[in-house]
Design a protein around this ligand. Structure first.
Ligand SMILES: [Zn+2]
Length: 276
């Protein structure tokens, strides 16, 4: 699929558009004969649900995409449902989930930046960029993105997985944490792992990244080799952590999450090397 991002909608719009509509973080979807999809109609107002001003997102395979906030969660037209965005990640194409995440971040940002963060004056939209301008002091506010490193620590055919109390029962995942001001991604990996489980790592290898719209993270995935130290839990966020054989893994995050991809990628690599 090809997506061309944009900020300002073209003047002449024809045909149907794709609408990413949210109510309290839930995405509006419609069940049709092809399955579950986001609404694709000419004007969103045709649905008769009270809503805010649409924000242009870009073009997906020649269809213009918009984000819009619903003013009410119901009643909805027949066949329409609101789905939690985390669940949507498991139900639709990863690409569609990515645009839905972008839509939600744009809407959240719009709602949270109605006033200048410096002087409190009502902001106005920037004429070209995805930004809000203060007509009083000139301060410009862009959507905020929070980089967050996520790492699979490996030791031969074992991997280090941990769980926080907020996880579903028995689920373990890779270690993650936000990058601090003034830090490189590598520094953040070393610091987070040291803080969360007390071990040292080496030979970091970048794996890939994933926008994660809860609320505005960019997950940056790494592999890191274990270099020393025993697991010590000092961070209250972590309830349990340990080494798991790649042949006997606990429940891990679902497909579509970068944590799953990190673990699956390592398994594939080890199997290719004939270790398991
Ligand atoms: Zn201002």
């Amino acid at each position: 699929m090809e997506f061309v991002p944009g900020v300002i909608a073209p003047e002449e719009l024809q045909g149907d558009h794709i609408w990413f509509a949210f109510f309290e973080g839930k995405l509006l979807m419609v069940q049709d004969q092809y399955g579950l999809m986001v609404p694709q109609i000419e004007k969103f107002s045709l649905l008769g649900i009270p809503h805010g001003t649409p924000h242009y997102l870009g073009e997906l395979q020649n269809n213009h995409c918009f984000a819009v906030t619903l003013e009410t969660g119901g009643p909805l037209p027949p066949s329409y449902v609101l789905h939690d965005l985390r669940r949507v990640a498991m139900m639709v194409d990863p690409f569609l989930f990515m645009i839905a995440g972008k839509a939600r971040q744009v809407l959240d940002w719009d709602r949270n930046h109605q006033f200048c963060g410096r002087c409190g004056t009502k902001t106005i939209p920037h004429d070209r960029d995805r930004a809000k301008l203060c007509p009083e002091c000139g301060h410009t506010q862009y959507p905020r993105i929070s980089p967050c490193i996520i790492t699979l620590v490996t030791k031969g055919d074992e991997v280090l997985l941990a769980r926080s109390a907020s996880f579903p029962p028995n689920m373990f995942s890779t270690l993650a944490g936000f990058v601090e001001p003034g830090e490189t991604l590598e520094m953040a990996v070393h610091r987070e792992i040291q803080e969360e489980v007390g071990v040292k790592v080496r030979n970091l290898e970048y794996m890939g990244s994933q926008p994660w719209p809860f609320p505005h993270s960019l997950m940056i995935g790494f592999y890191a080799e274990y270099a020393g130290g025993d697991i010590v839990l000092e961070d209250e966020e972590i309830e349990e952590a340990g080494w798991w054989s790649i042949n006997q893994l606990p429940m891990i995050p679902p497909q579509g999450s970068i944590s799953h991809e990190l673990i699956a990628g390592y398994l594939k690599k080890m199997n290719a090397n004939g270790i398991s």
